[in-house]
Write a protein that binds this ligand. Structure first.
Ligand SMILES: NC(=O)c1ccc[n+]([C@@H]2O[C@H](COP(=O)([O-])OP(=O)(O)OC[C@H]3O[C@@H](n4cnc5c(N)ncnc54)[C@H](O)[C@@H]3O)[C@@H](O)[C@H]2O)c1
Length: 268
């Protein structure tokens, strides 16, 4: 997408970390922004820092009705949406053996259904407008390593984005996966926003690292702004080093998966 001046971006999870950095980056590029978050106070702070062309709205991305209301309000305020960042996400460190069903429901509800709810509410409106558009779904380097509940949810977002980008090929709308490595944010304290009816609260020691480790989130915003120009599908950002573990695991899986297909082939 060329000429960002006056274009409209909606960022879920815009109240903190990577989302807040994207809002600041879009605003600096002259775009109008909707900062959407379950934490309205945080979203309001980010929107006021971004300036006059930015509004804050409450959304719970796990709730389709809430995301539909967000789309209505965004179109009501600005009359168009050109960039949608399905970015709200939560992290949970817990092994399969220890997980309770609400762990899966919470992480998949926000990360996977949140992304799907965003696409379902916004894409038809964006397509009807016929203007250039771009949807960024925030996956993670964890999508390659398939690390527990969180990694599997991010792998789902990556596959979903591939399918979306294929479907949109040839249309004025692009789809990209944002794949952050390790970025300084509040993600290790994600349970601060876990609804009370979504299972027990963890006493997670990673909480104390919140806001302390990783590269500056503006690295993600810079890469997303670049990708708006290039249309690239996989947008890596904030990767501290090439992760051999992820790379090896990914290649081995692809090799084994394809090699094993022969055993399942049946004569027609
Ligand atoms: N920080 C990293 O190193 C890293 C790495 C890879 C991927 N990611 C992904 O980046 C995205 C942004 O996370 P971050 O690191 O900036 O964390 P963050 O916790 O700083 O920001 C996440 C935001 O999402 C909001 N949110 C949580 N649940 C929500 C819901 N149900 N509805 C609406 N908003 C909700 C939070 O209030 C918060 O403002 C996430 O999808 C995360 O999985 C982060």
């Amino acid at each position: 997408m060329d000429d960002l001046e006056g274009r409209v971006a909606v960022v879920t999870g815009g109240g903190s970390g990577i989302g807040a950095a994207m809002v600041a980056g879009f605003a600096a590029a002259g775009m109008l922004t909707v900062v959407a978050d379950i934490d309205l106070a945080a979203a309001t702070e980010v929107a006021s820092a971004a300036g006059g062309g930015s509004i804050a709205l409450h959304v719970d991305v796990a709730d389709p009705a809430s995301v539909e209301a967000l789309a209505e309000a965004a179109y009501g305020a600005f009359g168009a949406v050109h960039v949608l960042c399905n970015n709200a996400g939560v992290l949970l460190f817990r092994g399969f053996g220890d997980a309770i069903i609400e762990d899966w429901q919470w992480v998949y509800g926000v990360n996977v259904m949140g992304t799907i709810n965003g696409i379902t509410a916004f894409l038809p409106r964006m397509q009807a407008a016929g203007e250039p558009g771009h949807i960024f779904n925030t996956s993670s380097i964890a999508a390659l390593g398939a690390t527990g509940i969180y990694g599997t949810s991010k792998a789902a977002i990556l596959t979903l984005t591939d399918a979306l980008a294929d479907e949109l090929d040839g249309s004025p709308i692009r789809a990209s996966a944002l794949l952050p490595g390790m970025v300084r944010s509040m993600i290790t304290d994600a349970e601060r926003n876990r609804p009370a009816d979504m299972g027990r609260k963890l006493d997670d020691p990673t909480r104390e690292f919140a806001g302390l480790v990783g590269v500056d989130p503006s690295t993600c915003a810079d890469r997303v702004l670049e990708a708006l120009g290039t249309g690239e599908r996989y947008v890596w950002a904030g990767v501290p080093e090439r992760s051999e573990r992820a790379e090896t695991a990914h290649r081995r899986r692809a090799d084994e998966l394809l090699a094993a297909i022969d055993a399942g082939i049946v004569e027609a």
